[in-house]
Design a protein around this ligand. Structure first.
Ligand code: NAP
Length: 244
């Protein structure tokens, strides 16, 4: 077994999958998770194993504290220590604020924000004990500047920024780094609701005139886990192609 292990939530597709493959190329042991698309998760696990590294796929709804407790019990049997956690699982909701029901509000906040508490609550004690670790939270530029029709989503991502900065201060003395990547528009299924015309208009508002690639997020996530970023913590790094 290689020496380092990473847990990536929401890794059955999109950004999480790309991050898992990037860490696999660097010979990490990989734990991947999702809440419902198990067939896709197993396919990602096969791709990872084909790269010659270990992979543990686990189904768990990370918005549910008890499901995360069970997930960590399963993980501990195979990998006693997690060096890096990537909190990536997330959902979007596009709609008028006045039509956002309590159910939708709670689902977005619990999936995108409470999940970070659920996962870190279980991962951090061992990191403190080992005096090492890296936590990477996948956020959004809408958490920096807010998006019309995405109040719940923007609020959940702003919450990630406060969580990241506060936890980084608390865990710095234990040599645990905590950072967030605030993505702009990345080419994944999450943006499928845009039609061709809307996508073109969106691209025109980006300095680099294109959506980001999942591999570009993955490379930054790996950098944040590596010793090359050993003095970087508490940062919200915008990866957005220069949205104007
Ligand atoms: P995606 O393609 O829809 O993938 C989302 C992943 O999260 C899937 O693996 C999904 O699997 C999993 N997931 C959703 N709810 C979950 C839950 N409760 N528990 C465990 N896993 C769950 O989305 P993406 O574009 O890759 O987005 C990944 C992250 O990047 C999200 O946090 C998103 O907010 C952020 N982001 C994306 C963009 C963008 O433009 N794409 C921009 C800014 C930020 P299941 O459905 O099987 O659970």
């Amino acid at each position: 077994m290689s020496s380092k292990t990473v847990l990536i939530t929401g890794a059955s597709r999109g950004i999480g999958k790309a991050i898992a493959l990037e860490f696999a190329k660097k010979s990490y042991n990989i734990i991947i998770n999702c809440s419902s698309s198990f067939k896709e998760l197993l396919e990602v696990a096969e791709e990872i194993k084909a790269l010659g590294t270990n992979c543990l796929p686990i189904m768990a709804d990370v918005s549910d504290f008890h499901a995360v407790t069970n997930m960590f019990q399963e993980i501990e049997v195979v990998f006693p220590f997690i060096d890096c956690v990537v909190n990536n699982a997330g959902i979007s909701h596009v709609g008028l604020f006045t039509e956002t029901t309590p159910e939708t509000w709670n689902k977005v906040i619990s999936t995108n924000l409470t999940s970070l508490y659920n996962v870190c609550y279980h991962a951090v004690p061992k990191m403190i004990h080992h005096h090492s670790g890296s936590i990477i939270n996948i956020s959004s530029i809408w958490g920096v500047c807010g998006a019309s029709l995405e109040v719940a989503y923007s609020a959940s991502k702003s919450g990630i920024h406060g969580f990241t900065q506060a936890l980084a201060k608390e865990l710095g003395p234990s040599h645990i780094r905590v950072n967030a990547i605030a993505c702009g528009a990345i080419d994944t299924r999450m943006n499928n609701w845009l039609d061709d015309e809307e996508k073109k208009a969106f691209e025109a508002s980006i300095s680099l005139n294109r959506f980001g690639k999942t591999s570009e997020v993955a490379e930054l996530a790996y950098y944040l886990a590596s010793d090359n970023s050993s003095y970087l913590t508490g940062q919200i790094i915008k990866l957005d192609g220069g949205i104007v």
